[in-house]
Design a protein around this ligand. Structure first.
Ligand SMILES: Cc1ncc(COP(=O)(O)O)c(C=O)c1O
Length: 329
């Protein structure tokens, strides 16, 4: 833990720089305005800020352009000489690391080496240099430098589904999203389902009501396409996903009300995965796992034994308050 560090990198003017400095959080600087704010905050805090300089090596998003880098480095060294900051890192971010062989990868690496070399030649002594995200960590060894910043790989999800499933990268999805059926009922054929009646029952059937909706982060774009495991079978979202709920056609099956509906998980139990939902909604799995709303209770599991215990426990708990929803691990 003594070695653990936090880097906060997406700032706006007037942000809590001083609080970050006092909390020993590294702050990222991409331009002169940010450096000026850090200097003032460090003075106010009465201690030097730990600053990482961010280079735009080609992503075209955050970071300092190569043309502006010499001035930023010179100013940062001045602030370091004044004792107001310590330059702890030099870093950047890839645009196309999930497309092996994309020419921008080599170009960004070259530029990163040039920009770090420029800073180091002028006296910057960074503790860390870093540029790799999950796809780079998994497929571009020469991009690792001193540390890697994995996001989606921590969820165990493939950063490039067109290149391979999680297991191909040595990953296993860790997040499961499930809910308890809030209603099971018989309906006749020709019954319109949910807003707009975009699904009409083809014949007499049973319906299950799943109490999660777009306010919980379930993408409305998956209306009519999202897959759900109920009673050992894949079902498909019938009609529109509403704010707090959606319906599945159970095809005459009669699972008990309260039965578990698994939207996604690792896939081991036959359930859909976040990648399946991404495809159903026309997006990427990154968006599926990060958009789950705050009112979905999180249950953190330590190991396989806990997982079994917790699942059993949740089944019983699914009460009114959390409507039986949970996202585990
Ligand atoms: C600056 C930065 N570093 C690291 C990551 C992690 O990327 P990934 O989830 O592909 O590992 C992101 C994700 O957007 C990012 O913006």
């Amino acid at each position: 833990p003594e070695q653990a560090r936090v880097l906060c990198w997406l700032w706006t003017p007037g942000g809590p720089w001083r609080e970050a400095i006092e909390a020993d959080v590294d702050v990222s600087v991409s331009g002169l305005w940010a450096l000026a704010e850090v200097r003032a905050a460090a003075r106010a805090a009465g201690r030097p800020a730990r600053v990482q300089l961010k280079a735009d090596t080609g992503l075209g998003r955050n970071g300092c352009q190569p043309a502006d880098w010499p001035e930023l480095v010179a100013e940062a060294l001045r602030a370091e000489a004044e004792g107001l900051i310590r330059i702890t890192g030099l870093w950047s971010h890839f645009a196309c690391a999930d497309e092996p062989g994309h020419p921008s990868i080599a170009a960004q690496l070259d530029r990163f080496r040039e920009m770090t070399a420029h800073a180091e030649a002028r006296g910057v002594r960074p503790e860390v240099r870093h540029i790799a995200n999950s796809p780079a960590a998994l497929t571009i060894p020469e991009s690792h430098f001193d540390l890697v910043r994995t996001g989606i790989a921590l969820y165990g999800i493939s950063p490039a589904p067109e290149l391979g499933v999680p297991a191909d990268f040595g990953l296993r999805p860790v997040m499961t999203l499930s809910a308890s059926l809030a209603l099971v009922k018989h309906v006749p054929g020709g019954h319109g389902i949910s807003y707009g009646h975009h699904y009409v029952t083809p014949g007499e059937t049973t319906l299950g009501l799943v109490p999660v909706g777009y306010a919980d982060g379930i993408p409305r774009h998956a209306s009519g396409t999202g897959p759900v495991l109920v009673g050992g079978k894949w079902r498909t979202v019938a009609g529109r996903i509403a704010m707090d709920q959606f319906v599945v056609d159970l095809g005459g099956d009669e699972p008990e009300v309260g039965s578990r509906a698994v939207l996604f998980g690792p896939g081991d139990g036959g359930e859909p995965t976040a990648e399946d939902w991404a495809q159903a909604a026309g997006t990427i799995a990154y968006e599926i796992v990060t958009r789950i709303g705050t009112r979905v209770p999180r249950v953190y599991l330590d190991d396989e034994n806990d997982e079994n215990d917790e699942t059993a426990g949740n089944e019983g708990k699914g009460g009114q308050e959390d409507r039986g929803r949970s996202a585990s691990r």
